[in-house]
Write a protein that binds this ligand. Structure first.
Ligand code: ADP
Length: 585
């Protein structure tokens, strides 16, 4: 029940008590004449009507007040005409009562109060003139009384109405802001306590109930073929019709100006009638007359929107409603942020568990070989010849180096995670670095594969230790997974220096060409290799980026190529690619 209805009920209650009292006062004069009977009967009828209105769910008291006025006024006129004095109330009392009732009726009416007030004031003035004339009063006195009565009713009605309007406006504002506050509290409770999708549904329902909207929603931004769009995440409606016509997903290209506002971090207030072209069609097709949408950001990225929709009238959204949406948007943003964080944490835990499992597994093979061979050497030292001893020692050395390289990659990954990895760049010759790595790989890997290198006088500004680590990873990968011919080239194009490790093996399927740079990712297509943990390329790319370079995979025809780009510094002008055979082994 609103304030107006409450006011009407109070008036009806007041009448329920005062009219019987007036009836009793009339009874004290007796009911000897038909006029007196009509008077008392009128009070009984009006009193009962007042009780009936006071008990109604949606009381309206204007007619009751007007009828009471008519009853009192008409009986005075009839009394004057019949020249009998049957009432307990004289003219002056009735006049006073009618003036008060006129003001009351004027303030109770809805719509244009000035017109109603003037009408009621006019009626009162007419009554004053009629009774004055019937009583044969002096014309000036009657006219003066009529003017004072009419002006008094009009002025008081206007004043009281204004006050009442302001009061009820303030009450409505206060009510709405209290409801919105409550909605925000419910929203925050839902997002804090509930951990599933119902949290956002609960939040959006709370907001809808507190607003004037027909429909409220939360949607998430999506990408369809690289284009930004939106998908409904949670919604609630006050009317089934509105709910049915709401779309579940769409593209932001359909509503470019709304999207622009959202991207700029502003609330987008839409009145379909003021829009043009495609955008107008979008809202009109959805049956939307007006909408307000507020962006939801997570770590500075637009991740969705929250909004109110009006289907039934062109609602002007209040500041309080827009503020409420902003507050809800911040809460949902942080809720989504927390969800992202929890997911990252879960993924990181899983990846660490996977790493532990795979590292333990991969380390076991070379360690078993090292331990077994060392025991063999110890046990049969006297029976082993120098050549056999050398051979066994060499196997131990190869396995140990592989282990050391794996441990080095893991160490770099963990230092990078803790921000402890330092890069010490200097001017280096890529040719020298490639040669050193090839020498090392030659010692550690026995392979029939043909490895060629072509790197002449190309300089780069990089950390030699880390460049060698990257090259070692690329070369051992090419040997492990690649074809039988491997080529290492270096060149510069004036902007950057490049080292490319190309092999003619099966390569990596296109959909995996980025995945292989993720930690612990191993292509399902590659043959299973001992010592394969899936960390080498991830660490190598990280190191390249720390040196302000990059590492990428390019598939060219039947060749697969890893391209390491480093900041360029050239001592001699680059003269394209020159292949230098370093050796087969
Ligand atoms: P690891 O060698 O320990 O598995 P990497 O990060 O070095 O880890 O490599 C990730 C995956 O990329 C490998 O498991 C393999 O499937 C694939 N890969 C790397 N280099 C090549 C290559 N030259 N040819 C084919 N596949 C490769």
């Amino acid at each position: 029940m609103d304030t107006q209805e409450r006011f009407h009920r109070y008036v009806a209650l007041l009448f329920s008590f005062t009219i019987p009292v007036l009836g009793v006062v009339e009874l004290t004069r007796g009911i000897g004449s038909p006029l007196a009977v009509a008077r008392v009967a009128g009070f009984v009828a009006l009193g009962s009507w007042a009780v009936y209105i006071a008990l109604k769910a949606r009381p309206k008291a204007v007619l009751l007040v007007l009828a009471t006025m008519t009853h009192g006024g008409v009986l005075v006129v009839v009394e004057s005409l019949s020249e009998s004095e049957s009432s307990a109330f004289d003219f002056a009392t009735t006049f006073g009562a009618l003036t008060v009732l006129s003001v009351l009726a004027g303030t109770l009416v809805t719509g244009n109060r000035m017109i109603w007030g003037s009408g009621i004031a006019g009626m009162l003035a007419t009554w004053v003139i009629v009774v004055g004339a019937l009583e044969g009063e002096v014309a000036q006195v009657v006219a003066g009384r009529a003017v004072v009565a009419a002006a008094g009713v009009l002025a008081t009605t206007t004043l009281v109405s204004k006050l009442l309007d302001q009061l009820s406006e303030a009450i409505v504002r206060h009510d709405r802001s209290a409801r919105l506050q409550d909605a925000i509290a419910r929203c925050s409770e839902a997002l804090l306590v509930q951990k599933d999708a119902f949290a956002t549904y609960e939040a959006v329902r709370a907001l809808l109930e507190a607003s004037d909207a027909d429909y409220a929603y939360i949607d998430r931004t999506i990408e369809v073929d690289g284009e930004p769009g939106w998908e409904m995440s949670a919604d609630a409606a006050k009317r089934a019709a509105g709910y049915g016509s709401a779309r579940r997903r769409g593209m932001y290209s359909e509503i470019p100006s709304t999207y622009e506002m959202l991207l700029e971090g502003q609330a987008a207030v839409v009145h379909t009638g003021t829009l043009q072209g495609r955008e107008r069609k979008f809202y009109a097709d959805a049956g939307i007359l007006s909408e307000v949408a507020v962006p939801i950001f997570v770590a500075g990225v637009l991740r969705g929107t929250i909004g109110f929709v009006a289907y039934t009238d062109d609602t002007v959204w209040s500041d309080a409603e827009i503020q409420t949406l902003w507050r809800a948007s911040h809460m949902i943003g942080s809720y989504w942020g927390r969800q992202d964080y929890a997911q990252e944490l879960r993924a990181s835990n899983e990846s660490k568990e996977r790493l532990l499992a795979s590292v333990s597994h991969e380390i076991r093979t070379p360690l078993t070989a090292i331990v077994g061979l060392s025991e063999e050497i110890n046990a049969s030292r006297s029976s082993l010849g120098p050549e056999e001893l050398n051979e066994l020692n060499e196997i131990i050395a190869v396995q140990s180096r592989e282990l050391a390289e794996l441990v080095e990659d893991l160490l770099v990954a963990s230092r990078a995670d803790f921000g402890n990895l330092s890069i010490k760049p200097e001017m280096i010759s890529l040719h020298d670095q490639v040669s050193r790595v090839l020498d090392g790989v030659r010692e550690s890997h026995r392979t029939e594969k043909r490895v060629e290198a072509a790197c002449k006088d190309v300089l780069a500004w990089a950390d030699p230790l880390r460049v060698r680590q990257i090259l070692r990873n690329l070369l051992t990968n090419a040997i492990k997974y690649g074809g039988d011919r491997i080529v290492v080239e270096a060149h510069c194009d004036g902007n950057a220096s490049y080292v490319m490790v190309t092999d003619n093996g099966p390569g990596i399927p296109t959909h995996e060409s980025d995945l292989i740079f993720e930690r612990y990712y191993r292509s399902a297509e590659s043959p299973t290799k001992p010592g394969s943990v899936g960390i080498g390329l991830a660490v190598s790319r990280q190191l390249a980026e720390m040196m302000e370079g990059s590492l990428r995979y390019v598939s060219e025809g039947s060749e697969s190529r890893f391209e390491l780009e480093l900041p360029f510094l050239s001592a001699a002008p680059a003269t394209g690619v020159e292949k230098v055979k370093v050796g087969n082994y």
